[in-house]
Structures are given as C-alpha cells and as structure tokens.
Design a binder for this molecule. Structure first.
Ligand SMILES: NC(=O)c1ccc[n+]([C@@H]2O[C@H](COP(=O)([O-])OP(=O)(O)OC[C@H]3O[C@@H](n4cnc5c(N)ncnc54)[C@H](O)[C@@H]3O)[C@@H](O)[C@H]2O)c1
Ligand SMILES: [Mg+2]
Length: 339
C-alpha cells in the first residue's frame, strides 16, 4: 500500500493533503494492517464497553447514550477489580473521530456486571431493547461493534486444524498460525422488499414480531443467488406472488439476531395478480395497505390501537430500521404521482 506509514511519518502534511473522510479511512486501514500502530492507538483511544454483548449505556430522558470511556479510566477500573490490563487487547476497532482518535469496543463479560455499572454510572442494556432510542451516531456504531465482538467470541478455533486462531489487534481478522488460514468477520446478506401493486403496498408480520407491527418482506440470500433472484424467490415463497420489476433503494447493517447486511428493494407486481397466498411456516399475516392507512400508521408511531370493529390498528418498524425507510420512500413516491 502506497500510503503505508506516511500518516505516522508526516502527519501534518498528510492532514493538509487529504479530506477528513479520506484521512480517517486511511488511518483505520493502517490500524487494521499494523498491530504495533494499533497498540499505540489503543493507548490513546476511547472505548465503548459491553458485557456479554450488551452495550454500556446511560439513559438521559427517553434517550440512551453510549459513553466513550478513556483508556486511563479503564485501566484504573481494571486495577481496582484486580483484572489484568492485557484484557484491553481483546477489544476491536470500530471507528475514529475526525481527529483520528480511535474508537474501540471492549467486552468486560469476565468482570462483575454491577461493579462496572456503578463504577461508570450507567447500565449494560440489551441492544435490541435500546436500539431504537439510541443517538443517531451510536446506533450503527454499536450495531457493528456488537457484531464484531460476537464474531470473535464464536470463532476461536480453525475449522480445518482445530487449533486456536489469533485475533489481530484491530479485530479485523483471525489467523491460524498452523496453516496460515485467515478468517474474516462474516455477515449474512439478506434482502428486504417493499412490494407494491401501484396503489397499495404489501406488509407482513411474523409471529415473533411485537403485537401489531407489520414490516416489508425479508429473507436471507441462498448461496449462488443474485440479490434480484433472492427478492423474486422470497416474495414467491412468502406470499405466493410474482415480482414484475424491482429497483434498489439502500442498505443497512442489521445486528439481530446475527450480523446481516440488509439490502433493500422496491418491487412491483401486476395489479391483476395480487392475491396473497401466505406461507404459514414463515408469516403469521400479510395484507395490502392503502396509502392513507400507511400514512396514518407512520403518523401514529409504535402504537397499536384497538379500533371500533375490535381489530388492532397496525404500526410499522421504527425509523432506524431500513423497512421504515422503504415505507417512507413508497409514501413519497405515491404522493408525487399525479392523480
Ligand atoms: N432492518 C429491517 O428493517 C428488517 C426488517 C425485517 C427483517 N429484518 C431482518 O431480516 C433478516 C431476514 O429476515 P427473515 O427472518 O424473514 O429471513 P427468512 O425469510 O430467510 O427466514 C429465516 C429462516 O431462513 C433460514 N436461513 C437461511 N440462511 C440464514 C442465515 N444466514 N441466517 C439465519 N437464518 C437463515 C433459517 O431457517 C431461518 O429461520 C432477519 O435477520 C430480520 O431480523 C430486518
Ligand atoms: Mg422472511
């Protein structure tokens, strides 16, 4: 790599020559490649704490914040708990500030949870519970941090030799020193599709969803499939409809239950072929919803109200979920269509 080491030799020249974004990306790339450099960054970086994969959060009003804790504070606490400072090397690199101060995530699952909570004045909260109340920057950061920590926790041995595999300091890979095999963190590609017939959109729910919540159709990619093939297959499998056309919207890392890369699409079916045939093994219910119903659901937020006819009104996933963004896009697009 041509830039290897330049940042360290001539930091001021480096900063003048590059935009903040380029500077940050190249800095992070060097940290992933060089354990010695990464060690220095650990000694001046800040840490997001986890306990058995639950992030350490502080509740401020109805919001959750993820505090950054300095390495000095962590060392002091480890000293008090009589824990070896070497545990810091188990952390994983998750980003850096505009000034290139590295952020790490560290799981302190080997220490007593309540002792750390009172030391740093907050609590370890299940990510699923806090995700939708997190600050804008914290949600994606904690989502990738948890995914990386989980991957390292569950990938300790080489699947070929059975020998322990060693994490590099940044946590961007693990290596089997017996045969040189390099393991990189994995995530599963999954598509999420908002199907429309031109005037209505199709939303569905799994039995495991919170009561009243409906979302777009989702499904994991099979080996060998293109994303477009996954969209067509999942729509056919789950609701028995054939997609006529589709177009890409956006993507999102999704930490639940395991690490997925959600790739979001809009899809159209022919207006005369809209009869839903649910796969009961995967879905509890699926229905077509009008623009008015969807707009009302977005306005209401995460509440399921009992209607006069005894049925519950539905709601859609919160704004951090890419399903929400697909639904918002569909509404905008419907509202811009001349009647
Ligand atoms: N971010 C969002 O807005 C949003 C909305 C809805 C769903 N999702 C996520 O989309 C993902 C896929 O949705 P789904 O559950 O309907 O998928 P799905 O329809 O493919 O059904 C899940 C089943 O697929 C099988 N499967 C195949 N490959 C798998 C893999 N790599 N990992 C786990 N299971 C695999 C398992 O049998 C599993 O029970 C889930 O992780 C879900 O949480 C995200
Ligand atoms: Mg599905």
């Amino acid at each position: 790599m041509i830039y290897q080491g330049v940042y360290r030799r001539m930091p001021s020249l480096w900063c003048r020559l590059h935009s903040t974004y380029v500077k940050k990306m190249r800095y992070l790339s060097e940290l992933k490649e060089d354990d010695v450099f990464c060690k220095q960054a650990q000694n001046s970086g800040t840490f997001y704490l986890f306990h058995n994969l639950s992030p350490f959060l502080q509740k401020v009003g109805s919001k959750y914040l993820a505090p950054q804790i300095s390495v000095a504070e962590i060392k002091m606490a480890l000293g008090r708990f009589k824990e070896n400072e070497k545990i810091i090397e188990d952390s994983v690199l998750i980003g850096c500030s505009d000034e290139c101060m590295a952020y790490f995530a560290l799981d302190l699952g080997s220490l007593e949870k309540s002792a750390i909570e009172s030391e740093f004045k907050g609590s370890f909260t299940e990510l699923r519970k806090a995700f939708f109340q997190l600050d804008g920057r914290d949600a994606p950061l904690l989502s990738s941090a948890q995914a990386l920590l989980r991957w390292h926790d569950t990938h300790q041995y080489c699947s070929k030799t059975g020998q322990p595999i060693k994490k590099n300091l940044a946590g961007s890979k693990r290596v089997c020193h017996t045969n040189g095999i390099i393991y990189y963190p994995q995530m599963s590609p999954a598509v999420i599709t908002l199907v429309s017939d031109g005037s209505r959109c199709l939303l569905a729910r799994q039995a495991s969803f919170p009561k009243g919540m409906y979302s777009a159709l989702a499904g994991f990619c099979d080996v060998g499939e293109t994303l477009e093939e996954t969209v067509r297959r999942e729509v056919a499998e789950e609701v028995g409809l054939e997609v006529e056309s589709l177009w890409y919207s956006a993507s999102q890392h999704w930490p639940f239950l395991n690490s997925s890369l959600m790739i979001a699409y809009h899809a159209r079916v022919q207006p005369q072929q809209t009869k839903i045939n649910i796969n009961k093994l995967e879905l509890e219910a699926a229905s077509w919803f009008s623009l008015e119903e969807v707009v009302e659901a977005l306005r209401r937020g995460a509440k399921s109200l009992k209607q006069e006819n005894g049925n519950f009104s539905f709601y859609v996933p919160p704004k951090w979920a890419i399903a929400h963004q697909l639904i918002q896009e569909w509404v905008k697009q419907q509202q811009s269509v001349p009647v």
